[in-house]
Design a protein around this ligand. Sequence first.
Ligand SMILES: *Cc1c(COP(=O)(O)O)cnc(C)c1O
Ligand code: SF4
Length: 451
Amino acid sequence: MTLRREFNVPIYTAKQQKIAKEINSIVKNNDSEISISNWKNWKWQINHTIRDINTFEKLLDIKFTHKKRKILELTMAKFPLSITPYFLSLINKEDYENDPIFKQSFPSSSELKVNKYDMKDPLAEDQDCPIPGLTHRYPDRVLLHVSNVCAMYCRHCTRKRKVGDIDSIPGKKEISKCIKYIRNTPIIRDVLLSGGDPLMLSDEYVDWILFELRKIPHVEVIRIGTRTPVVLPYRITNDLVQIIKKYHPIWLNTHFNHPREITSSSKEALRKIADAGIPMGNQSVLLADVNDCPRIMKRLVHRLVQNRVRPYYLYQCDLTEGLSHFRTPVGKGSEILESLIGHTSGFCVPTYVIDAPGGGGKIPVMPTYLISWSTNKVVLRNYEGIITTYKEPDSYNPIFCERNCQDCKLQLKLEEAEESKAIGIGKLLNDFDKEISLVPNDNERINRRDN
Ligand SMILES: *Cc1c(COP(=O)(O)O)cnc(C)c1O
Ligand code: SF4
């Protein structure tokens, strides 16, 4: 058997080495040695995040015209530039203008365009906020914004209005207020840590938040939404996964948009997360000129499941201001799903959703498979275009539910079935069951006794 684990792959290419050296000379940090261990140290990556055009130009051997720079600077004043050396190292210099990593991370003058239907807060998250930093939209789950910073600022970010605003990183006091709301609201069974990126916080801070949430008995699951496996895979350290796994069940959602983002380093991060028993999902955003292609998306979902990540959502790009150049028609998403459903494993297919402007939540959109129906038959078409019928039952006694559950023939015993009952010889051997013998049902002698 061959192990396909990639333990010993050198996760430091010549290109990365060169970038690391150049960064060092730019920050005139010549004494500190540049090594693989520096490159793979997430704090080094964050301390050397590229935030200005000059450095970007030098690292990629690009020279923007004076006019272009002016526009880029205007764009950055609205939403900062920030890209980790690791993520930048994935850009293909030869064709950077069409590079999906470049497009997601580098400002574009199109961001300055604000269309008629654009909105600052299209999902009305700020309106469904009982406490600053907490969005309570759906009945049983909340979004807890624990960080306003990210390792890389995605140009397509929904939360541009907030993210990048380092002056408003919530402190323990603010988060405690949100946690108190959760504690006092027993209907909440699922808490999503979001931001910004929750894993930009220190290990100790993550530990504290998870510890506080885990103390609340009605919080059944906790989810972490993070892009670090994509843009800063070295953040996923052994220490971090050890902390997270103390608080199971924890789920983690990440944000891969293009197959090129799945590298040796990110695979290693995903392996650590999966090995810690943390189930993973992926949320992609459908982006024009980045991943709006059935072939790209199919490759992406295949790579994800190979790395034990389940494609969860494919988002239609929302109506946030300045994102018009990223938006596709809804039909593009439908076309992508059409190319996946039936053509590949069911668990590779994400749910395509439109997050309702104004705050209605995520609405799933699917190609149409049910093409007609009558009172006893439905007509369907499959992924190949075969048209078929399903005959519905001739008789079906509908249950008229008056919420009289006591008298309903359906079993409403929702607690878990008992598994620990001893049966067979085990019944005789254990000490907790009083039974001393096993007698067949039709034993004549015992039957006589009963009479
Ligand atoms: C997406 C979202 C959730 C989680 O939704 P799921 O469909 O359960 O993943 C919760 N709250 C808000 C405000 C959201 O936008
Ligand atoms: S990681 Fe998420 S929150 Fe951060 S910039 Fe990207 S899309 Fe926005």
